[in-house]
Design a binder for this molecule. Structure first.
Ligand code: AMP
Length: 429
């Protein structure tokens, strides 16, 4: 399947060619024809699947088929949970629309509103926004949606997790009922289905890369480690040159900052990205990471949402997430648009239940690296082990420091296999 087969107009075809895309991704193949026909759509897909182009391309094609009325109203609204994701979506519209005379504006909180208000006065066709700031500006009378044609809710599950549901509902209540609505979500829990039922009209459902198959492409490994040894283990892993562009996740902003400091004492340049940083500091950290100036970016879950950086070689879960869906989001940062990647996770005693949940969700038993310098006693097989794994050898730091080979294939897992894709089946929740 080629982009040409999707009946895209020449200005868009030239733009995707300029982006270097050779063929559409599965979500693009499924979604583009439906959106072009004006249908509502419920898309189960995570970031990294090419979903932005899956909605941006056909939306822009529809806009250019019917040129703007003379008073130039906002015709498309895209809601995204975080500033980073909103910015990326805005940038995608700009790149894909480079050969079309469409204007787009992105607005989000955490920065002064005046430049955004000025931008809105320049009559954008497409508005990309985070819910809080949008509602603010709507309440101040700066934005009207009476001629809105298309609404996109991106990463709807995250939007709900972040407590935006009331804002989102208020915004939707102010939109024309007659419109096309697209809702994308990485997961489809009941509350998302309820929201979808209430705002979508006879939607087409498209689903790509269900979680288990996405994670299969990623070479995953667990390191059982004592809490106090996590930092040393991280420094040890980062001493391998094969661990290049690395995204490290911590549970809290404070831990992210602490870790950056610790890494710098080990002469490893790292930067942190999280909600307490100013917008400009976050953008700087992200662009340094993108350009390779910074090798290690330490992030919290929310800040990392939608980080769109190609060629992340490793994701390291310094702390395991307590929400198993976050694990899938996190490690998905390393396998963008078909690439493969490596994800290491540190697991201390208290995080063991999180690991059980994660393995249940992804329906596989993540291989354990048994021989590493900081292996904890957690690696010792336990007959009551809920996940059914027999893992680790409890080896002590001094005895096997040299035998560890990070960045290479993980050691054998419970099934005697060193193939990360080998799976155990768990009942789904
Ligand atoms: P998204 O899921 O929209 O965040 O896209 C993930 C990444 O895939 C981005 O870096 C896009 O530039 C890239 N991408 C989107 N569509 C394609 C395609 N058809 N071929 C190659 N890369 C793509």
């Amino acid at each position: 399947m080629q982009f040409e087969d999707l009946k895209l107009i020449d200005p868009l075809l030239r733009a995707v060619r300029a982006e270097g895309y050779t063929e559409p991704t599965p979500i693009q193949v499924q979604a583009i024809p439906q959106v072009l026909e004006g249908k509502d759509l419920l898309g189960c897909a995570q970031t990294g699947t090419g979903k932005t182009a899956a909605f941006a391309l056909p939306i822009m094609q529809r806009l250019s088929a019917a040129p703007s009325p003379s008073n130039r109203p906002i015709r498309v609204l895209v809601l995204a949970p975080t500033r980073e994701l909103a910015t990326q979506i805005g940038e995608s519209f700009r790149s894909y629309g480079r050969n079309l005379p469409l204007k787009q504006v992105t607005i989000f909180g955490g920065v002064g509103q005046n430049p955004q208000v000025d931008a809105l006065r320049r009559s954008p066709d497409i508005l990309v926004a985070t819910p809080g700031r949008l509602l603010d500006l709507m309440n101040q009378g700066y934005i009207r949606f009476d001629r809105l044609e298309v609404l996109v809710l991106d990463e709807a599950d995250r939007m709900l997790d972040m407590g935006f549901i009331h804002d989102v509902k208020r915004i939707i209540a102010a939109l024309p009922k007659q419109r096309q609505t697209l809702l994308f979500s990485a997961t489809m829990p009941q509350d998302i289905q309820d929201l979808a039922n209430s705002i979508l009209n006879n939607p087409v459902y498209v689903e790509v890369t269900p979680q288990a198959t996405t994670v299969e492409k990623i070479q995953q490994a667990i390191y059982f480690v004592e809490k106090n040894d996590k930092r040393s283990l991280l420094v040890h892993l980062l001493s391998d040159k094969a661990v290049k562009r690395t995204l490290v996740f911590t549970r809290t902003k404070h831990r992210a900052n602490q870790l950056v400091k610790h890494l710098s004492t080990a002469s490893i340049h790292a930067e942190a990205i999280h909600g307490n940083k100013s917008q400009s500091a976050r953008e700087k950290a992200l662009s340094n990471f993108k350009s390779g100036v910074t090798r290690v970016l330490v992030a919290t879950d929310i800040a990392a949402r939608g980080i769109d950086v190609d060629d992340i070689t490793h994701v390291i879960n310094f702390d395991l997430p307590n929400e198993s869906e976050s694990y899938v989001h996190r490690i998905g940062r390393t396998a963008r648009a078909g690439a493969s990647g490596i994800a290491f996770s540190f697991c201390e005693e208290e995080e063991r239940p999180y690991l059980v949940d994660i393995e249940r969700l992804i329906r596989m038993n993540v291989p354990v690296v048994e021989n590493h310098p900081y292996a904890s006693k957690l690696g010792v097989p336990s007959p009551t082990d809920l996940s059914g794994r027999r893992s680790g050898n409890g080896s002590r730091p001094s005895s096997n420091r040299s035998s560890h080979s990070n960045g290479q294939r993980p050691q054998r897992d419970a099934n005697g296999s060193n193939n990360p894709a080998r799976r155990r089946r768990y009942p789904t929740r």
